[in-house]
Design a binder for this molecule. Structure first.
Ligand SMILES: CC(C)(COP(=O)(O)OP(=O)(O)OC[C@H]1O[C@@H](n2cnc3c(N)ncnc32)[C@H](O)[C@@H]1OP(=O)(O)O)[C@@H](O)C(=O)NCCC(=O)NCCS
Length: 244
């Protein structure tokens, strides 16, 4: 009995800690979603001036995208991705994709040239994945003429920085294994790794998953809490001051 109740207590305590941890993670996601313009956290990244091109990066919530921009992000995604979707077991459905791209939680960074013509975008979200606070990159699309100019990299660096600033644990994304361009980009160039949640092909049947989940962990900010307990710090600081 004694042992049972001790175990029960420990379990209860663990559950309490877990739910407190979940609440803290959830609060971080909520706070991140409330930031009016996340680019304010990384202001120098509003401009991209490299490799002979000059772009401005702008932030939008899905609901604030004009009809023209909504059509543009959808059409570019369809042009670049439809074939890959159809070759997988997911299939491509205009309506479903458009719904996903216009959900309330959908956030966008769009790169515009000097004539305000959009050339690249990422659809991302601050969200919970299982019990972890993460940035999920739903889409990264660059128009043909602007590829290999560092824009994809720049947009992913912004997502990683936003994850850091908002204290998310990692940046995640899904890619089709057949998309070798995406693999070279995310795995080789951007150093993304296979995420723990990526499905493993079963050994007992022929089935092979056509997609994989990649992620990059984001090093947390140094803790703002004092390293030494307060009382101790107060006792030691005059000595430190004297010897400095
Ligand atoms: C994948 C994609 C987003 C990359 O964007 P990008 O702006 O062209 O990439 P960057 O210029 O930032 O490339 C950075 C590095 O990634 C690697 N890379 C990018 N595209 C590559 C390709 N097609 N083949 C091999 N390596 C590639 C290179 O190492 C490159 O550095 P380098 O040009 O100095 O050699 C872009 O090609 C694209 O929009 N593709 C179609 C949509 C897609 O597949 N999106 C990803 C899945 S959601």
């Amino acid at each position: 009995m004694g042992r049972k109740s001790a175990k029960g207590k420990a379990k209860k305590q663990k559950r309490k800690e877990e739910s407190a941890k979940y609440a803290a993670s959830f609060a971080k996601v909520e706070a991140a979603n409330k930031i009016k313009d996340p680019l304010d956290l990384v202001a120098p990244f509003r401009k991209y001036d490299r490799k002979g091109i000059s772009l401005t990066i702008e932030f939008f919530r899905a609901e604030d995208l004009s009809q023209t921009l909504t059509d543009w992000v959808f059409d570019l995604t369809k042009k670049n991705m439809q074939k890959l979707y159809e070759e997988s077991d997911w299939g491509w459905k205009d309506k479903e994709k458009l719904e996903e791209m216009t959900e309330e939680k959908a956030l966008y960074l769009i790169a515009m040239d000097k004539d305000s013509k959009p050339v690249a975008f990422t659809h991302f979200r601050f969200d919970m994945e299982w019990d972890e606070e993460i940035v999920y990159c739903y889409e990264l699309q660059v128009i043909d003429e602007y590829r290999r100019k560092g824009i994809g990299k720049f947009l992913m660096q912004i997502l990683e920085l936003l994850a850091y600033k908002t204290e998310m644990i990692k940046v995640m994304l899904t890619t089709f294994k057949s998309n070798k361009m995406a693999e070279s980009f995310f795995v080789n160039a951007m150093k993304y790794n296979l995420d723990d949640t990526s499905p493993e092909d079963p050994v007992w049947e022929e089935k092979e998953y056509k997609y994989q989940i990649l992620s990059k962990e984001i090093k947390p900010k140094p803790s703002s809490k004092p390293q030494v307990p307060r009382e101790e710090a107060m006792q030691t600081s005059p000595v430190k001051a004297a010897s400095a």
